[in-house]
Design a protein around this ligand. Structure first.
Ligand code: SF4
Ligand code: SF4
Length: 230
């Protein structure tokens, strides 16, 4: 059954069509007006942008504008990781791989984990959704979402980031392709230096970069990690 409003609408258009047929001149000018009006409505949006302030960003000469809550590659503090697997369990796509030689526990005096060694901590960025669900459950706050832009790579294999291998070189986060170039614009060099100097860290090893680098390498060594019995 046709609803009342649909019947009314249909009869209105029937009447309107009949009226227009009776007055061809009126219909002619009405069509012209409709065409001009709809074009003007469309152009209004374009014109607004014609006079708006330009927002062209001269990247890479100028730094890209990154939203405050942008999530890029993680940064991982291996020396604080207790390999509890909570991040891997929280990950909805199972893209975190963790291996250890034995249980690890934070030494309260130094803030560094001791016990077994980390043999693997890797994230497959071909699967990662950058949802940050792995960050909240971490009991030692050692996995964070980073803010480096450009998450591209040359092949599928390079999408799997081995954080344990990065730790040997003193890195907490993979370097994006732009950061691996030798000559960098000033803003990029500053951003690179800040990551290599861990300026974002506020833990017990803040401003102790050499100690932190050593702790990162030690986290991979079962002998150095072993807790000595008194
Ligand atoms: S950001 Fe999300 S998808 Fe990526 S590793 Fe963390 S939990 Fe998994
Ligand atoms: S939740 Fe934190 S401490 Fe536990 S394995 Fe993941 S990164 Fe390491």
């Amino acid at each position: 059954m046709v609803p009342v409003w649909a019947r009314d609408l249909r009869s209105h258009y029937k009447w309107y069509g009949a009226e227009m047929q009776k007055q061809p001149t009126r219909e002619y000018f009405h069509n012209i007006w409709q065409t001009v009006y709809t074009i003007l409505v469309g152009l209004r949006i374009s014109l607004k942008y014609c006079f708006a302030k330009t927002i062209t960003l001269q990247y890479p000469d100028a730094a890209p504008a990154i939203a405050p809550r942008y999530r890029g590659f993680h940064f991982y503090e291996i020396e604080k990781c207790i390999a509890c697997d909570l991040c891997a369990k929280a990950c909805p796509v199972d893209c975190i791989y963790i291996e250890k030689s034995g249980p690890r526990k934070i030494d309260k005096a130094t803030g560094i984990a001791k016990g077994g060694a980390m043999t693997r901590y890797a994230i497959d960025y071909a699967k990662c959704m950058f949802c940050a669900l792995c960050v909240d459950p971490c009991p030692t706050e050692c996995i964070h979402m980073g803010n480096l832009h450009d998450l591209s790579g040359f092949d599928r294999k390079s999408m799997i980031v081995e954080f344990t291998e990065l730790a040997i070189e003193g890195m907490q986060t993979p370097q994006p392709l732009w950061m691996q170039k030798e000559k960098l614009p000033e803003w990029a060099q500053q951003r690179k230096d800040s990551w290599l100097e861990y300026t974002h860290s506020t833990d017990k090893l803040s401003n102790k970069n050499e100690e932190r680098r050593q702790a990162m390498v030690d986290a991979l060594d079962p002998e150095k990690m072993a807790v000595k019995k008194k």
